[in-house]
Design a protein around this ligand. Structure first.
Ligand SMILES: [Zn+2]
Length: 256
């Protein structure tokens, strides 16, 4: 199994990080993909990657919630790192209209700028989108060149939105929301072919049931896989096989 989106480097795991990673490995999680947030998270992320060179893979990017007055400086730092060493993806990048709309224009600029860098480096992108699915889809339609690919992380939308994203060549990142009652995501997933899906936790956020509201951790990606297996009427092993292959396809550069 692969956790395609997990912030294991955050200080919420300082107390028990290695035990937590051990628990995930015991559940069969073999790889952990680490999305960056902003300049303040780079050091701890790269340190963790260095400690687990075969399991943890860092992305580089500026999260839309970190787009503020200093967006230009933050982007410079992302650019510097992208040109300095290999990363598995540009992420997480995107739009967020839920927390703060003040910097929406800057968010769009930062998103498009980082998409261009991903194209230049032939890297996938990992997209964060909250209350902004249509806006993100519009931007992707503008920039899609049949080569750009990636993951629409923490997808929780309708069948129509899922199809629009799939048509653009993107995978849907499915996490704990799938286990939430009334999320409606189970109904959407019934209609979506698993060949377009990868699994994630977004740890320490969005823990699946029965841990909803608690700290999330990568071992719980197995709970998402179990729920998906129930919804699709197939075995957990089959869900694992398909979604793991999808994840490897996306992050192929580091998997050669
Ligand atoms: Zn995230």
């Amino acid at each position: 199994m692969i956790d395609t989106h997990t912030h294991l480097y955050l200080d919420r795991f300082d107390e028990d990080r290695s035990e937590m990673i051990e628990r995930a490995m015991e559940k069969g999680v073999k790889r952990f993909y680490l999305p960056n947030i902003d300049s303040s998270s780079i050091e701890s992320m790269l340190k963790l990657e260095a400690e687990y060179p075969l399991e943890c893979f860092a992305m580089m990017g500026l999260h839309p919630c970190s787009v503020k007055e200093n967006v230009e400086e933050e982007l410079e730092i992302v650019k510097k790192w992208l040109n300095q060493r290999p990363f598995c993806a540009v992420g997480e990048i995107g739009l967020d209209l839920y927390w703060d709309k003040t910097f929406f224009e800057q968010q769009k600029m930062a998103f498009k700028t980082q998409i261009q860098w991903a194209k230049d480096l032939d890297l996938p992108i990992v997209i964060h989108s909250r209350d902004s699915t249509q806006e993100v889809i519009e931007i992707l339609r503008e920039v899609q060149d049949d080569k750009l690919k990636g993951i629409f992380h923490c997808f929780g939308g309708s069948v129509e939105e899922a199809n629009a994203i799939i048509e653009l060549g993107f995978y849907l990142g499915i996490g704990g929301v799938l286990t939430f009652k009334k999320s409606g995501l189970d109904a959407t997933m019934k209609e979506v072919d698993l060949k377009h899906v990868v699994l994630e936790t977004d740890a320490p956020f969005l823990a699946p049931a029965p841990y909803r509201g608690k700290r999330n951790e990568s071992a719980y990606v197995a709970l998402v896989a179990e729920k998906m297996a129930m919804i699709k009427g197939i075995s957990v092993e089959e869900v694992d096989r398909i979604t793991t292959q999808n994840a490897l396809n996306i992050f192929e550069k580091v998997n050669i």
